[in-house]
Design a protein around this ligand. Sequence first.
Ligand code: FES
Length: 307
Amino acid sequence: MNDRTTERPERMRRSAPGDRQEPDPPPLAIPENPMAERIVGAAFVAALLAGFGLLGVYLLGGQTQVEAILLTICLGGIGAGIIVWSQALLPNRIVSETRHPLRSEPDEEGGVLAAPAITRRTMLIRLMAAAFAGLGAALAIPVFSLGPAPGRDLFVTPWRSGLRLVDDQGAVVHRDQIPMGGLLTVFPDGSPGSADGQTLLINVGAGLLQVAPDRLSWAPEGFVAYSKVCTHAGCPVGLYRASLHSLICPCHQSTFDVLRGAVPTGGPAVRPLPQLPIKLQSDGTFVALGDFTEPVGPSFWNIHSGG
Ligand code: FES
């Protein structure tokens, strides 16, 4: 408990002429408390071990509950150590003195600089630094979780010129499988089920599409192919209202006009579904004429251009 004391110093402060001389308070004593020192040391050691233990658990594959417990011990150890230190090992006496000129005399400044080192606190200070090192090790985990940089992976899909369109089982798709107004999810041959290669092949019928002439040639006889990955947040666009020629994303209800190049007509998506250039072969199967001409999925890559 703090005790308020009135100081009765032996030597007097020198001050400017005319100032009332005030007594100097005695130096504050550092409390001797070996038990508190052991507690502080133990808390910092626990924090240190828990921090590096957390890093070790993460590197060995991770276990959420254990990681949470170790992080709690790490943070709690540092907090407990600091609290006990401040309460039991620092002079916390409240001292009152009347106001005097704030400037110290040269010999007093020298006295402060020459004060003896608190050597018995050295170990605790080092332990506290080590505990923070353990916490730093634990906080480095998010950096390791970033994973490898995606590079250009987000800008390309498995589609290549000449690859046949297949279904999710890898079977080659024939035009007869898709009646007028129907659609089928297709993939590049060799990559059935690929997340970024999934594409909707829709039979809208000849003469209805209202797209640029170069893109019209990508949709032979009214078969048009659009990326199935929503340009809002990447959900699969799986619903089609044939009567309205409208694709609907079930996640946030973005709608896309199939006849006008899959431009968004409602919902949060702001970018059309990329169109895949395809060719209808004489045997009724389809091949791609290349990859999508722009990245599929969310528009992170052109966000600064308003796309
Ligand atoms: S992911 Fe399609 S509308 Fe949000």
